[in-house]
Design a binder for this molecule. Structure first.
Ligand SMILES: [Fe+2]
Length: 499
């Protein structure tokens, strides 16, 4: 490929995009002749790790990648219907990229914000522009308002079984199964812990391998395994991100963090870095849980009226059903969050960290809203202040935790459910079968529904079971045979209070 022609093709774009290369940018390049020579004589950057991410609203997508060099990179975009024989049209839109040094592997990471997208359009895109292009990928926009479905995935945590390839196979299979069953799902929402070890790129490579991650936008959430390095932020750009110290929980030079929000159609999503939870100064200064509440309050005051529902996402489940139920940090969040969430009008909270599934009753300010709500009820009626809290099971099969018995000696505020003493009192459903699953959320004008759906059986890929980290598989601690892929662990329809 002639790299001069490739650059020229970008230059003559007649598209209306705001971010295409402009004449002044080209003049700047020409003036910097030495640099131009070095760019043109350099090998094109090798691009990898491409992922499609959510933008600030439904008319945006973000493409993020790793690059071997800091060349003039861009994303080229065109309606798929305008490609001819796989070639992009001359009028393809070009979005210039921000490319910065990558502290993980000595390379670089880039991203471009694809804005002003049209609704109900199939798009194709590719990354490069310095003489070579990535393969072409495709995504679709949908209507920009109204009903939609999204999928939620608990802790892929690639590498946690001790076998990265097996974890990757389970992760890829869950995405394949989930999107084959729900091809019109519009977002893939993370429960955190994308990988086991923050900066290990072989784990990120396995996480990023499924092509579904280049066709459906990923909504990143930071877990405790992601926070200890820069790779999370370098792989997963997020919109409207606040990285102030109380929301960060670490050194921005060496770690990742921050809270962010976006609006997708009729839902305001707020995604928190729950790794930050402590009082951050010895003198009693800012408490990170209070800082999160302040952030949520500000976002809802400014944007709550633009959405019908409010969905919070963060990693550390406060109503954990399993191993982390009574962790000290969990007990603190369990005291700090529920009243604020109810007062702020949050509808649904999606969480991870415990690698088991739970779905709460409607909880209002830390107590059950309707004492008559039955365990496992499939239809619930929200009064103002009612919030459903969900914990996602492992989406990859890399690690499962066993359900834990309520233990009031560990936390007197997290005892048994009088209606089902095996469960912790807030939880209508707690489940662990040591098979992979994912959560489907249906957003409708007059309801929100939550389903937990099996995406695997005991058969491979099911890494934690394959390698012997768990010894049984299937319902009733393995006493019953595993149920089919696609079958429901749980389903609830919430009829909202204020709609
Ligand atoms: Fe995890």
């Amino acid at each position: 490929m002639n790299r001069k022609l490739t650059l020229g093709a970008a230059r003559v774009s007649h598209s209306p995009a705001r971010r295409r290369m402009t004449v002044w940018a080209l003049l700047a390049i020409a003036a910097a002749s030495m640099k131009l020579v070095s760019v043109l004589t350099a090998e094109p950057a090798t691009i990898n790790g491409i992922i499609l991410l959510v933008g600030a609203d439904e008319s945006q997508r973000v493409v993020n990648w790793y690059a071997s060099a800091q060349t003039s990179q861009m994303v080229q975009l065109a309606p798929t219907s305008e490609l001819q024989g796989g070639d992009f049209p001359d009028g393809a839109t070009t979005y210039s990229a921000a490319v910065v040094a990558n502290t993980v592997n000595g390379g670089f990471n880039g991203h471009a914000i694809l804005d002003n997208l049209q609704e109900n359009t199939g798009y194709s895109y590719r990354v490069g522009g310095d003489g070579a292009w990535s393969p072409t990928y495709a995504f679709k926009t949908r209507t920009f308002d109204g009903n939609f479905d999204f999928l939620f995935f608990g802790d892929p945590q690639i590498g946690s079984s001790g076998n990265v390839p097996k974890d990757g196979e389970g992760w890829a299979d869950t995405l394949k199964v989930a999107l084959a069953a729900n091809p019109d799902a519009e977002l893939l929402v993370s429960g955190g812990d994308q990988v086991e070890t923050a900066n290990v790129e072989t784990q990120w490579n396995a996480f990023l391998a499924p092509n579904e991650l280049r066709s459906y936008p990923w909504v990143a959430t930071i877990g405790n395994h992601d926070v200890g390095g820069r790779a999370y932020e370098q792989h997963l750009w997020t919109p409207n991100t606040n990285r102030s110290a109380p929301l960060y929980s670490g050194n921005p030079a060496t770690q990742s963090g921050g809270d962010y929000w976006f609006i997708y159609k009729n839902v305001l999503f707020i995604d928190l870095n729950s790794n930050a939870y402590r009082v951050t100064t010895q003198s009693g200064g800012s408490d990170s849980d209070q800082a999160h509440i302040g952030y949520i309050t500000d976002v809802i005051q400014q944007h709550g009226a633009e959405a019908k529902y409010i969905v919070l996402v963060y990693h550390h489940s406060i109503y954990s059903p399993a191993n982390h139920a009574n962790d000290t940090d969990n007990q603190k969040r369990r005291q700090d969050f529920p009243t604020a969430f109810s007062q702020l009008g949050v509808d649904l909270v999606l969480q991870g960290h415990d690698h088991s599934y739970s779905r709460s009753y409607l909880i209002d300010s830390g107590v059950k809203q309707n004492v008559n709500e039955k365990p496992g009820a499939t239809s619930v009626f929200q009064d103002p202040g009612g919030v459903i809290y969900v914990t996602g099971n492992s989406a990859s099969g890399s690690k499962y935790y066993a359900l834990s018995a309520p233990n009031v000696t560990r936390d007197p505020h997290y005892g048994p459910d009088p209606l089902n003493p095996d469960n912790h009192w807030p939880n209508s459903v707690e489940n662990q079968e040591n098979v992979r699953s994912y959560v489907k959320v249906m957003v409708r004008n007059n309801l929100l529904s939550v389903e937990n759906i099996r995406s695997g059986t005991c058969a491979a890929p099911n890494a934690a079971f394959e390698v012997g980290n768990v010894s049984w598989c299937g319902p009733n601690e393995g006493a019953s045979p595993a149920l089919p892929v696609g079958s429901l662990v749980d389903k609830v329809v919430m009829h909202p209070a204020r709609h």
